[in-house]
Ligand binder design. Sequence first.
Ligand SMILES: C[S@@+](CC[C@H](N)C(=O)[O-])C[C@H]1O[C@@H](n2cnc3c(N)ncnc32)[C@H](O)[C@@H]1O
Length: 372
Amino acid sequence: MSTVPKKGSLFESFRRRIKLEGAISVADYMADVLIAPSHGYYMSNEPFGVSGDFITAPEISQMFGELIGFWCADTWYNMGGPTEIHLIEMGPGRGTLMSDLMRAAAMVPGFHQAVKIHLIEVSPKLRKKQKEALNGYNVSWYDDLTDLPAGPCIFIANEFFDALPIRQFERSPTGWCERLITLDEDETGLVFTLSPPSKAIETIIPKELVDSHEGAVVELSSIAANVSAQISSHITQYGGAALFVDYGWGTPTAKPSLQAIHNHKKHDVLLEPGTADLSAFVDFPTLQKSAEANGVSVHGTVTQGDFLRNLGIEQRAEMLRLNADQKQAIDITAAEHRLTDPSQMGDLFKVMALTRPDQPTPAAFPEQKEAL
Ligand SMILES: C[S@@+](CC[C@H](N)C(=O)[O-])C[C@H]1O[C@@H](n2cnc3c(N)ncnc32)[C@H](O)[C@@H]1O
């Protein structure tokens, strides 16, 4: 699987690095491809929509952000309606979700006055888009979660965790190895290779997966686990909640999911790095473990279809259709179907919430059974 790179591309920097330091991990590759300041995918592309590479739920319909707005307002109300609440969105894309969320939540008395918006975004190009979408609101931007505001927070992440770097491990005939990326023979392209097997690798494979069949691939993201831990300890300390929506595994799974998408189609992961989006299924069980270890209650996962239906997407679509012309009504129905149908995003996408244990079960999640 080798390719001829463009001159001056991210490939050139991978070539130099691999020649000097040897094969690199999938996580190092993914981090550079997505957010390297010079040629990273998110740093220099406008990836969303029909003219871009992919479309996300908030870009499919305003209903998605609006229903999350009701979820946030309800969660805030259940917290006793604090006079200051930090609403923190991670990876806000074009700012569409936050804009729809704030418009819908304006109906809840006191919410707008209490909210301070914080966006975690690395891409200067997307920050500019977010600024336009949220014109009129007081917004602060951050590169990462290092400097979280003291005080209760509601964290939102839609299709953020799937962009965080993962490492891949493969069960070879002689034991667990790491999948690495190196140069092909003529040094004009990139190929996958395997590290030697080691006991050290075996110890980090989740115990449910360690006896997987030969060829099985396990994907792990310490960055995602750390983000979940950091958010959880913040909620434990100050109160608040988090909502994670992403495509991913609800149970530990040994299957490779790393993919590249360019122009709405699958693309070779190693081809012309920086020109296609890279993402991987989110490992929700690891996010859950990390959250519980930091003192929060975990709700879900529930499927995106159930989550949106529980929040009233059918009624919202009906209301929107009342004021729509025929073409708009067809579009609203199609968007509802795309967001909720099991054959579309309804089952593949999962939703998990975190709350402080003294808070009630958040809207759209099943009541938790009392421990005996
Ligand atoms: C797939 S997009 C999702 C955008 C948006 N949430 C939506 O649903 O339309 C991923 C977003 O995360 C941002 N992002 C990716 N990696 C990041 C990182 N390591 N730190 C902060 N933001 C990141 C991207 O710039 C982009 O805004």
